[in-house]
Design a protein around this ligand. Structure first.
Ligand code: PEP
Ligand code: CO
Length: 475
């Protein structure tokens, strides 16, 4: 988001019988007649209605102006003029709405982006998985566990927007009011991020804000530390040089932009914040800049695709190893029939061992269709495994292999990797194995705190940024 002034954003709250929108007979609620394989079963319908009514009445979290700006950045990235960095927690918790947690996530994203800007020689679009990444799809709707000395079956944990993590019947019962609390925590998170950016947090004239000192405890390898220090010194002197020669744009560097994203999984939550805005046509999901459709909910005739086709935001689609390239091509025609630039972000997460086999067919099919897309690699979700002690982990070797094979495949086919999507945190967690900090399966328990999937820690994230900066297409 930007600190720049906005035009008026009074909005029209939707009603159940809101006018039909641009795409066929789409409406804010037309998704309700389609199948949602991840639909939450709430027991108290009246409480759902109260929560949704409340959400409809509250102000939007982001503005259409910001959303359109991101779309134009993504259109540039599709032409190779920018690179997308999207990252954050697998599942944000309401309790993560703490200053240290937010600040460290912003800092690692900022630092990674500087490494990429320096290495790739082009601007980087920074998108956090934050301020709303509270809803999680699950492969299994229930799980067995121990409660008061007995083994029982309870609903799985679907993220803090739906229920709570503790294995008790009370915590695991979906609670509609959590949608309102999710909105409130997203708003508080965003408020802090906007204040930090306005206050000069990301002012590139002040490298002391973005140097490595903020995490004295970070287990950075000597190599990464010195590479980062070299790069930041070079950036600082390049900035000074540009100012000295009177480069006009330098004042823009007093603030960098961040955008928000989350999986648009809970359609009650998303549609309650979907609005029309003055002076623009169509509807915007004003809960985030870049919502995405997950791997489990991208069926062309499902509820999510129906909802997403009618909003004006840029949208992501996750693509796993079971995806049929022809089906993805027709999905893109449903979601972006006019081939609008900047609209489609394909977040491919095949798993390291599948890239060389599956990616070429996918690229060929989409390239044949002529639809503009941004090719993004998520090297996390196809590389999850469970250790003998039952912990989910990911190996840095698999993550880097998936990235390198993806870059290589694009190069061979004349297309381009335009971004990465990473589960990460700015903290010193021990959730993924490998990398210079040497985390192994036996040290995973030292600081494993993810609510769901394992994230790269601070040092692993920075290492990955350097790898990308050296391997992705230059300008
Ligand atoms: C995620 O991004 O956390 C996720 C669940 O991804 P996918 O839909 O790709 O499995
Ligand atoms: Co995840």
């Amino acid at each position: 988001m930007s600190h720049r002034p906005e035009h008026s954003h009074s909005t029209t709250p939707p009603t159940a019988d809101a006018p039909q929108a641009q795409a066929g007979n789409w409406s804010i609620t037309s998704w309700k007649s389609r199948l949602d394989p991840q639909q939450v079963v709430y027991q108290d319908r009246a409480a759902v209605e109260r929560a949704v009514t409340k959400l409809r009445s509250l102000p939007p979290l982001v503005t259409s102006w910001e959303i359109e700006r991101l779309k134009s950045h993504i259109a540039e990235a599709q032409r190779g003029e920018r690179f997308l960095l999207q990252g954050g927690d697998c599942a944000e918790r309401l309790d993560d709405c703490r200053p240290e947690h937010i600040t460290s996530k912003l800092k690692i994203l900022l630092q990674m982006s500087l490494v990429l800007v320096h290495g790739l020689g082009k601007p980087v679009i920074r998108v956090g998985r934050f301020a709303g990444q509270y809803a999680k799809p699950r492969s299994s709707k229930t799980e067995r566990g121990e409660f008061k000395g007995q083994e029982i079956e309870l609903p799985s944990y679907f993220g803090d927007l739906v229920n709570r993590e503790a294995f008790t019947p009370e915590a695991r019962t979906p609670d509609p009011h959590l949608m309102v609390r999710g909105y409130q925590h997203a708003a508080m998170t965003l408020n802090f991020i906007r204040a930090l950016i306005d206050g000069g947090f990301a002012d590139l004239h002040h490298p002391e804000y973005w140097d490595l000192s903020f995490l004295g405890s970070a287990a950075l390898s000597e190599q990464t530390r010195s590479a980062y220090q070299r790069m930041s010194t070079e950036l600082a002197s390049a900035l000074k040089f540009m100012e000295n020669i009177g480069e006009r744009d330098v004042k823009d560097l007093s603030s960098v932009e961040f955008f928000t994203s989350h999986e648009g999984l809970n359609l009650l939550y998303e549609s309650a914040q979907t609005r029309q805005v003055p002076h623009r046509s169509g509807y915007y999901d004003l809960s985030t800049h870049l919502p995405w459709i997950g791997e489990r909910t991208r069926s062309p005739d499902g509820a999510h695709v129906e909802y997403f086709r009618g909003i004006r935001n840029p949208i992501g689609v996750k693509i796993g190893p079971s995806a049929d390239p022809a089906e993805i091509a027709s999905l893109i025609e449903i979601l972006n029939p006019d081939h609008e630039p900047g609209r489609m972000v394909l977040i491919v997460r095949l798993g390291a061992k599948n890239v060389r086999e599956n990616l070429p067919r996918l690229i060929e099919e989409i390239s044949r269709s002529g639809a503009p897309v941004l090719w993004v690699c998520d090297p996390m979700h196809g590389n999850t495994r469970t250790t003998s002690t039952g912990r989910k982990t990911r190996d840095m070797d698999d993550i880097t292999t998936e990235l390198l094979h993806t870059i290589q495949t694009h190069r061979e086919l004349g297309t381009r990797l335009g971004g990465v999507h990473i589960e990460l945190t700015g903290e010193d967690v021990t959730e993924c194995v490998g990398g210079a900090s040497g985390i192994t399966e036996s040290t995973l328990e030292t600081n494993y705190s993810s609510a769901l999937d394992p994230r790269l820690n601070y040092a692993q994230s920075l290492e990955l940024a350097f790898l990308l900066a050296n391997r992705v297409h230059k300008v």
